[in-house]
Design a protein around this ligand. Structure first.
Ligand code: PBG
Length: 333
C-alpha cells in the first residue's frame, strides 16, 4: 500500500483531520459492526439454566431453551453467527469419546433447535474431542501419545453429524494433520457440499485458554499440555504453512487464535492469502479485560471496542468474541 510522505510542517498538520468527531468519522479507515462478530456460547443440559463461569465474569452456560432466547436477542442486535461449545455431562466423557458424534448430543440438538427457530442465524460448531474426552485432550490418547490419524477419523464422524444437524460452518479446533482434507472429502461424498469450514488453522499452544477449559469442564481433566499438536508461540513461518495447507485441503475461511498477542499473524495471513480471515479473542483475553474493568483499572467499554477494532485494522474480516452481544449493544447505542 503506497503511503505518501506528508508535506513538511506547516503545510501538513495531521491534527486537522482529528479536530472534530465528524472529521474523525469521515476519515476512519476501519469500522466495527455487529456483523463482524461471531458469538461463542457454552451450552449444557437442563432447562432454564444460566450457570455462571467464575473465570469468565459475565459469561454463562446455557440450556437449550435459554440459548434460543439469547440467540434471538443476538439476532436483533445484528449478530449473524453463533458458535456452540458444549459442557458435556461428566458421565459421558470417556476415552473413546463416542458422545462426540452422537446425533443427539447436546451440540447437535442445539443446532437443530437454533436452525428451526432462527433459520437466518448461521450456526458454527467446534470440532475437537476435548469436551467429550476423559483426559481433556483434543485427540485420542494412546500410551500417553495423542494419535493423529485415528483422531482424524473420529473428527470426520463429528463433522458429518454436525452437518446433518444443519450446521452452517464447521470449526475444526483440534490441530491434527490432514483433518481438513478428510472432512472435506467426506462431506462431498455425503452430499454436504455447501457446509463451510472455518479452520482453526493457526492455533497456538497458549496459556490464554485457561478460562475456556473451566467453562467446558476440561481443566481438571487435562493430563499434560497440548504442545505436541498446537503451534509453538515462537513460530510465524509454521503458522503460515498451516494456513496454506488448510486452504489447499479445502478450508473456506481461516482463523488465528489467540487474538491480541497474535495480530502480526492476522495481518500477514490476510496480506499473503487474501482469504476470509478471523481471529479468536479467547477466554483469557476476555477474562483479563473484564477483571481489570471490574477493578476499575480500565474503562471496560473503551477497551472492549478498541481491542475488537484492532482486529479489523490488522486485516481480520471478523472476530470470535465473548463480548459479541455487549459490543453489538454499544455499537447500536
Ligand atoms: C479446544 C478449544 C479450545 C478453545 C476452543 N476450542 C481450548 C484448547 O485448545 O484447549 C479455546 C477458546 C478460548 O480460550 O476461548 N478444542
Amino acid at each position: 500500500m503506497p503511503v505518501h510522505a506528508p508535506a513538511p510542517y506547516p503545510a501538513a498538520r495531521l491534527r486537522r483531520l482529528r479536530r472534530t468527531p465528524a472529521l474523525r468519522d469521515l476519515v476512519a479507515e476501519n469500522r466495527l459492526s455487529a456483523a463482524d462478530l461471531i458469538w461463542p456460547v457454552f451450552i449444557r443440559e437442563g432447562a432454564r439454566v444460566e450457570e455462571p463461569i467464575a473465570s469468565m465474569p459475565g459469561v454463562v452456560r446455557l440450556s437449550v431453551d435459554r440459548l434460543l432466547s439469547k440467540a434471538t436477542e443476538a439476532v436483533e442486535l445484528g449478530i449473524t453467527t453463533i458458535c456452540l461449545f458444549p459442557y458435556t455431562d461428566p458421565a459421558l466423557r470417556t476415552e473413546t469419546c463416542d458422545e462426540a458424534w452422537n446425533p443427539d448430543n447436546i451440540t447437535n440438538r442445539a443446532i437443530r433447535a437454533l436452525k428451526a427457530e432462527l433459520p437466518g442465524l448461521s450456526v458454527m460448531t467446534d470440532i475437537a474431542l476435548d469436551p467429550y474426552n476423559a483426559n481433556g485432550h483434543d485427540g485420542f490418547v494412546v500410551d500417553g501419545e495423542i494419535v493423529n490419524d485415528e483422531t482424524v477419523a473420529a473428527l470426520v464422524k463429528m463433522a458429518l453429524a454436525q452437518a446433518e444437524s444443519g450446521a452452517d460452518i464447521l470449526g475444526p479446533s483440534d490441530m491434527m494433520d490432514g483433518r481438513i482434507g478428510a472432512m472435506r472429502s467426506a462431506l462431498e461424498a455425503a452430499g454436504q457440499r455447501d457446509v463451510a469450514i472455518l479452520s482453526y488453522a493457526a492455533k497456538f499452544a497458549s496459556g490464554f485458554y485457561g478460562p475456556f477449559r473451566d467453562a467446558v469442564g476440561a481443566s481438571g481433566r487435562l493430563v499434560g499440555d497440548k504442545k505436541t499438536y498446537q503451534i509453538n508461540p515462537a513460530n510465524r513461518d509454521e503458522a503460515l504453512r498451516c494456513v496454506a495447507r488448510d486452504l489447499d485441503e479445502g478450508a473456506d475461511m481461516v482463523m488465528i487464535k489467540p487474538g491480541m498477542p497474535y495480530l502480526d499473524i492476522c495481518s500477514t495471513v490476510k496480506d499473503r492469502f487474501g482469504v476470509p480471515t478471523f481471529a479468536y479473542q479467547v477466554s483469557g483475553e476476555y477474562a483479563m479485560l473484564q477483571a481489570a474493568a471490574q477493578n476499575g483499572w480500565l474503562d471496560g467499554e473503551a477497551v472492549m471496542l478498541e481491542s475488537l477494532l484492532a482486529f479489523k485494522r490488522a486485516g481480520c474480516d471478523g472476530i470470535l468474541t465473548y463480548f459479541a452481544p455487549e459490543a453489538a449493544r454499544c455499537l447500536r447505542d
